[in-house]
Design a protein around this ligand. Structure first.
Ligand code: NAD
Length: 445
């Protein structure tokens, strides 16, 4: 009671585009005021109604965000269903705060302060046993739902670490398991490296693979985990800003082929993601800039100036936003996940035309400029935070690449634009010459 379940639940539901079910509200809508049910029919009857409503919400085929009444976990059948069907978050609140929020309401179990505090203490053990995670904020709930935390999970003895060899030299292995080094950066995402990992791995279906490195390492190791023995559990431990705000979140894994990037892959969600900003202390400026381009993209999509936050909060805010988008559309089926491509259609075209000689972050920064201009919005943020400069590439090659982009179906180009910061729109189809002019403005004469 008074922990903020309705407020936080509603916001999590909005961000993840899932229905929101508040069991107390459903009971009131069906059976009248809760105070009346307590008074006329007793707490036992209320608990029975609550159990029914909770069951209905928990077994529904459509995943929802459910705010359970504070006493719902007193039912053992509800606790069983929570374990089987849900990711359960305990919204932690201090008893003083909870009391100040619920006193002077008509809640039947919050009429007397001593009784309220006793109930609060009695229920703590139940909450602890029923929850998967504890949370204070919306961000905590979103991050927890995708098992993202700053602390490493407990791992079985049969864990194997796949690590970027350069990161391994700088930081050593993150845990004392068997280590499989892979080449630094993008070179890891090759069929040859994947093949070697398949040959080297010695684990059963109960083994866990830990990926330690940037997005390249988590992509190849995640794909090895998706395919080895038809799929083993894996943990992503990203060591770049790109990895921590983007690549390690969302279950996309894969490798490159000679004729294109990310052409082979799978969705295979990690069972945990360890985000420890302290490993970024050794990250070169160029790699940080790549990450900042994704940070600015995220801030524009979320409508929040995340780039002004200190690193730790900035990373949490970006990771939480991406988690929400991923939870709304885990397997890229509804189009929601496509908003994460803001600016990327242009970026890919410039990267391809340069033969991948320009850094990804620079290309994304330019792509964001084009997306903002086509959205009719100011570009100051991108100019000030990312300072992109037009690149020297062949405009014809860039245009040909843009037309070939994955998102160009039936010869039409579908872009992600912004109605305003915080309100992405997808798909937007614009006349080809307008898109071509926007692309040309990113290219140096
Ligand atoms: P990266 O993994 O390619 O690493 C870049 C460089 O940084 C490498 O030289 C690496 O050795 C070095 N490095 C990594 N951590 C370091 C540290 N802590 N200190 C010093 N150096 C360090 O870089 P990235 O930008 O994280 O990943 C890019 C890859 O991620 C691309 O292949 C891209 O396709 C992929 N990606 C995947 C997703 C996804 O959803 N799966 C999303 C975005 C990007």
């Amino acid at each position: 009671m008074g922990a903020g379940k309705t407020t936080i639940g509603r916001e999590v539901a909005r961000l993840t585009q899932r229905p929101f079910v508040d069991t107390d509200e459903v009971i009131q809508a069906r059976h009248g005021p809760i105070a009346r049910i307590f008074e006329e029919e007793g707490e036992g009857e209320f608990r029975r109604l609550e159990e029914d409503v909770a069951r209905e919400a928990l077994i529904s085929a459509r995943p929802a965000v459910i705010a359970l009444g504070g006493g719902a976990v007193t039912s053992s059948s509800t606790r069983d269903l929570l374990r089987e069907q849900a990711y359960t978050v305990w919204l932690v609140v201090e008893p003083d705060d909870a009391w100040s929020r619920v006193r002077a309401t008509d809640r039947p179990l919050a009429q007397d302060e001593r009784d309220f505090r006793r109930l609060f203490a009695d229920r703590e053990g139940l909450y602890a046993s029923a929850c998967d995670a504890r949370a204070l904020t919306v961000e905590d709930v979103l991050l927890g739902s995708l098992r993202i935390s700053s602390a490493p999970p407990g791992l079985p003895a049969r864990a194997a670490v796949v690590a970027d060899e350069h990161v391994l030299r700088l930081h050593g292995p993150p845990l004392g398991a068997r280590v499989h080094p892979v080449p630094a950066g993008e070179a890891a995402k090759s069929p040859a490296v994947l093949h070697r990992l398949w040959a080297e791995l010695r684990m059963g279906r109960a083994g866990v693979l830990v990926a330690f490195g940037g997005g390249s390492t988590t992509d190849v190791a995640g794909f090895a985990a998706a395919t080895y023995l038809r799929g083993v559990e894996w943990v992503a431990w990203p060591t770049t800003l790109v990895g921590q705000v983007d690549a390690a979140i969302g279950g996309k894994t894969g490798i490159n082929l000679e004729h294109g990037k990310n052409l082979v892959g799978a969705f295979h969600f990690p069972s945990a993601v360890v985000i420890d900003p302290s490993v970024l202390s050794t990250l070169p400026e160029r790699e940080r800039r790549n990450g900042m381009a994704e940070v600015v993209k995220t801030g524009l999509l979320a409508g929040k100036e995340v780039w002004n936050l200190a690193d730790e909060e900035m990373i949490r805010a970006c990771a939480a936003f991406k988690s929400a988008v991923v939870l709304a559309d885990p397997y890229e089926r509804t189009g929601r996940r496509a908003v994460l491509n803001l600016g990327h259609t242009f970026a890919h075209a410039l990267e391809t035309a340069s033969g991948y000689s320009i850094p990804h972050g620079e290309a994304v920064a330019l792509g964001l400029l084009a997306a903002l201009r086509l959205s009719g919005l100011e570009t100051d943020v991108v100019q000030e935070v990312l300072r992109p400069v037009p690149v020297r590439v062949d405009p014809e090659r860039a245009w040909a690449a843009l037309e070939r982009d994955k998102k160009a179906l039936d010869g039409r180009i579908r872009l992600v634009l912004l109605e305003r910061p915080g309100e992405p729109v997808f798909p937007v189809e614009l006349p080809a010459d307008e898109v071509r002019r926007a692309l040309a403005a990113l290219i140096a004469d």
